[in-house]
Design a protein around this ligand. Structure first.
Ligand code: C2O
Ligand code: CU
Ligand code: CU
Length: 456
């Protein structure tokens, strides 16, 4: 499942490709690093902006800026007190993806921040160190709002992550990378204007941005670097590698550190998924981070120049502390069939999201086992990524076999190609209320591939 299946995958994107040939040094600005925001009160202003790129400028949205948002960084045990101001002329919401938060502050489709008004979620961070993120979740508008630029990282630290001997200096040797494909039009701008086939296959781009920049340059001293990768695309599944072909060590997935680190030369991230990796650069190579889009093209997303200067090398840890969710005898079992029933009819168990329907209820402090299936059939063969709010779950099996080691740690989103079947164990603690589960291909989510459950 973690290798691309070769499929006749119709890519209907790419109207007018005008992206400069990669390799051109002309546009290579330095990689922007989103600023850190933290402390007792965090202020985020949702605002309209303009993003200048080598191909042209686009009208965008951002938090406290033109595009994307600052990296929220807090410690386990701290209170997140966030004041969001929606300065737009339209409603939106802001959801804390991967965070365990009270339902009323989850930021899903029910917690609308009206045009011109504020929202003040407050919750205690009570989960392990991880790389999480935040983005809008307005019913039917999530894809558009994220696409226009509303997304940011949310990093949690704890005593355990402090104790590890790994790179930790944000923006220096611990580098956030928000990967997003965008579809540039002939005039050099990108905008969100999907046609029906874009709903089916996702709004696939013709260029990949990293932290809102196009093919920027990252200059590094020789040494070990940690990259926190987020696939912040609407619907593109991305395979990441280095152009040098070098191996790296994956140390964390969506919800924190893996039980065992994984040595590999490529990883796949579906929309919403994160990984943290450690990579060594010894100064002899000039390399780049390469993004291959499923059913699409390959892009040199980030150029990496390694100087002769001696930085710091770290041993790559082999294993980490991780407490898996283990089902018990009375764990309730549920199944979720993700199915496409004709153009634009995306369903889970035959139903589309209805704000007024609670799809099922479950008990607080219980563990459950969910089986998720991507029901593929002929023309309707499309991948899905299944995401659950409120929890980090454990993957029990993929197509009947134990999960790949990359799926053996804390997860909130899993990728399913057509025909795949994934079994997960979840534990619902502490909070009651309404939470969402959905496909994280945002075009599918907006087309109805979502449901809600009530924790009682
Ligand atoms: Cu990242 Cu319900 O979303
Ligand atoms: Cu979420
Ligand atoms: Cu989907």
């Amino acid at each position: 499942m973690l290798l691309f299946k070769v499929l006749p995958f119709l890519l209907l994107a790419a109207g007018g490709l005008l992206v400069a040939e990669s390799g051109s040094e002309t546009a290579a600005g330095l990689l922007p690093i989103p600023p850190i925001i933290g402390g007792e009160q965090i202020r985020l202003r949702i605002q309209a902006g303009e993003l200048e790129l080598p191909m042209g400028s686009s009208r965008t949205l951002g938090f406290n800026g033109d595009y994307l948002g600052p990296t929220i960084r807090l410690r386990r045990g701290e209170v997140a007190d966030i004041r969001l101001e929606n300065s737009l002329a339209e409603d939106t919401t802001v959801h804390w993806h991967g965070l365990h938060v009270p339902a009323e502050f989850d930021g899903g489709p029910h917690q609308v921040i009206r045009a011109g008004s504020d929202w003040n979620p407050r919750f205690t961070i009570s989960q392990p160190a991880a790389t999480l993120w935040y983005h809008p979740h307005l019913m039917g508008k999530t894809a558009e709002h994220v696409y226009r630029g509303l997304a940011g990282l949310f990093i949690i630290d704890d005593e355990y992550s402090d104790s590890l001997n790994i790179p930790k200096e944000y923006g220096v040797d611990d580098i956030p990378l928000i990967l997003q494909d965008r579809r540039f039009e002939r005039d050099g701008s990108f905008r969100y204007a999907p046609f029906p086939p874009d709903i089916m296959h996702g709004y696939i781009g013709n260029a990949v941005l990293v932290n809102g920049a196009y093919e920027p340059l990252l200059k590094l001293d020789r040494g070990t670097y940690r990259f926190r990768l987020l696939n912040g695309s609407n619907s593109s599944i991305m395979r990441i590698s280095f152009s040098s072909g070098q191996e790296f060590t994956v140390i964390a997935s969506d919800g924190g550190f893996l039980p065992e680190s994984v040595r590999t030369d490529r990883i796949i991230l579906s929309p919403g998924e994160r990984y943290e990796i450690l990579a060594d650069f010894d100064g002899t190579e000039q390399t780049s981070l390469v993004t291959e889009i499923y059913g699409g093209k390959t892009y040199e997303t980030l150029k990496i120049d390694v100087t002769e200067k001696e930085g710091r090398f770290y041993d790559h840890p082999g294993s980490f502390r991780y407490r898996a969710v283990v089902p018990d005898k009375d764990s309730v079992r549920r199944s979720f069939r993700m199915e496409t029933r004709g153009m634009g009819r995306f369903t889970i168990n035959g139903r589309r999201m209805d704000m007024n329907t609670v799809n099922f209820s479950l008990m607080k402090n219980s563990r459950e086992v969910w089986t998720i299936e991507n029901v593929g059939m002929g023309m309707m063969n499309v991948p899905h990524s299944f995401h659950v709010h409120d929890v980090q779950f454990s993957v029990l099996s993929v197509n009947g076999a134990p999960p790949h080691p990359l799926y053996a740690g804390p997860k909130d989103t899993v990728l399913l190609f057509a025909g795949d079947r994934v079994e997960i164990a979840l534990e619902f603690q502490e909070y009651t209320g309404l939470y969402m589960y959905h496909c994280h291909l945002l075009e599918h989510e907006d087309a109805g591939m979502m449901g809600q459950f009530l924790v009682e």
